[in-house]
Design a protein around this ligand. Structure first.
Ligand code: NAD
Ligand code: UFG
Length: 332
């Protein structure tokens, strides 16, 4: 298949481009490089043998997109979005404009061009405060605590409605849990600008000596050691989930929803311990107060994806930490 990948030089997009190309698909990457680097396509080329076609463009640039789409795509995987939760609170309009507005203008171009298969990067954030665990796809959508989260909830709704109005469309909503790790080659990974706000990239910098210690946000949650529990998933497993979803649901009209997680939760302290083991470096930490907007625990029921997509995660926490550490150590 010929697949348009928006946000394809970003963290999850780049790993998915590798998996798509390894599975024999032809990939066209579109990214405005607001949170990634041009060199990523060359690095993908080093991993798979050929670099993907690349266009530096914004999803809101309708003319440019229409021009690209006129060449014909079998499917679009849409990763492009702004994703910093704190920044979204400070700049809600910017976030809604880019994430919701951008998705709407992309969808219009695809509709006009007759591209009918759409895979969307959603998030477990749409569940809000969990009613019970593990989270299953049929649970009601919750209340987000920030504009980034709301933008995912809104886009899921937009996509459901677009699919109802266009019965030939196939929409697949993939709800990611916490993607971490990096490609085992050490050539691509997550490259957050400034001080990371997510746990594993932060821990990586502490192990590397770039930051003094991890702040553990709360140890009074109702979890086995009191610290926050999340379902961390290796980004390569996540990428393979996208290929499986595309294969399974290509030209399969409907809205298909999957959790992509391991089904297992790990606490903040477990992540710190696993990282110390993988890196051989100490990871000092201090417990501070809870972070506003955090839920205590969430993890996926991943059985729907396992059954329908014939996909399962293969990489454990030790491998997530080892691959993150390899990436952290490479000079970039
Ligand atoms: P990322 O920032 O690494 O990748 C996003 C890419 O989109 C970047 O390369 C950026 O330059 C590009 N982009 C942003 N706005 C654009 C625009 N208007 N036009 C063109 N390109 C644009 O983030 P990621 O972690 O790879 O996330 C990918 C997707 O997965 C996002 O939609 C994100 O919301 C979603 N998601 C991420 C996580 C996570 O923890 N990383 C969890 C759940 C969902
Ligand atoms: N944490 C710390 N210290 C830190 C960073 C995080 O203790 O310096 C804790 C958090 O409190 C939480 C856990 O580590 O318990 C994971 O936090 P992350 O920030 O890595 O991940 P979140 O689950 O909070 O958020 C992620 C994505 C969001 C997305 C959300 C739900 O970053 O974009 O999952 O999908 F909205």
């Amino acid at each position: 298949m010929r697949v348009l990948v928006t946000g394809g030089t970003g963290f999850i997009g780049s790993h998915t481009v590798v998996s798509l190309m390894e599975a024999g698909h032809e990939v066209v990457v579109l990214d405005n490089l607001s949170n990634s680097h041009r060199s990523v396509t060359r690095r993908i080329g080093e991993i798979v043998g050929t670099a993907p076609e690349f266009h530096q463009a914004d999803i809101r640039d309708t003319e440019r997109l229409a021009d690209l789409a006129s060449d014909g795509f079998d499917a679009c995987m849409h990763f492009a979005a702004l994703k910093a939760v704190g920044e979204s609170v400070e700049d809600p309009l910017g976030y809604y404009e880019n994430n919701v507005g951008g998705t709407i203008s992309l969808l219009q171009v695809l509709l006009d061009a007759g591209v009918q298969n759409f895979v969307f990067s959603s998030s477990c954030t749409v569940y809000g405060e969990p009613l019970s665990l593990p989270l299953t796809e049929d649970m009601p959508i919750g209340t987000a605590t920030n504009p980034y989260g709301w933008s995912k909830i809104m886009m899921e709704q937009v996509l459901r409605d677009v699919r109802v109005a266009n019965p030939d469309w196939t929409v697949t909503l993939l709800r990611y849990f916490n993607p971490v790790g990096a490609h085992p080659s050490g050539l691509i990974g997550e490259d957050p600008m400034g001080v990371p706000s997510n746990l594993m990239p932060y821990v990586a910098k502490v192990a590397f000596g770039e930051l003094p210690k991890v702040q553990v946000f709360g140890n009074d949650y109702d979890t086995h050691d009191g610290t926050g529990v999340r379902d961390y998933i290796h980004v390569v497993d996540l990428a393979e989930g996208h290929v499986a979803a595309l294969d399974r649901h290509f030209d399969d009209p409907g809205t298909h929803i999957y959790n992509l997680g391991t089904g297992q939760g790990s606490s903040v302290l477990e992540i710190i311990n696993a990282y110390e083991l993988a890196s051989g470096q100490p990871v000092p930490y201090e417990v501070v107060g809870r972070r506003a907007g955090d839920v205590g625990a969430n993890w996926a029921d991943a059985s729907k994806a396992q059954q329908h997509l014939e996909w399962a995660t293969k990489r454990d926490l030790a491998e997530m930490c080892a691959d993150s550490w390899r990436w952290q150590q490479k000079a970039r």
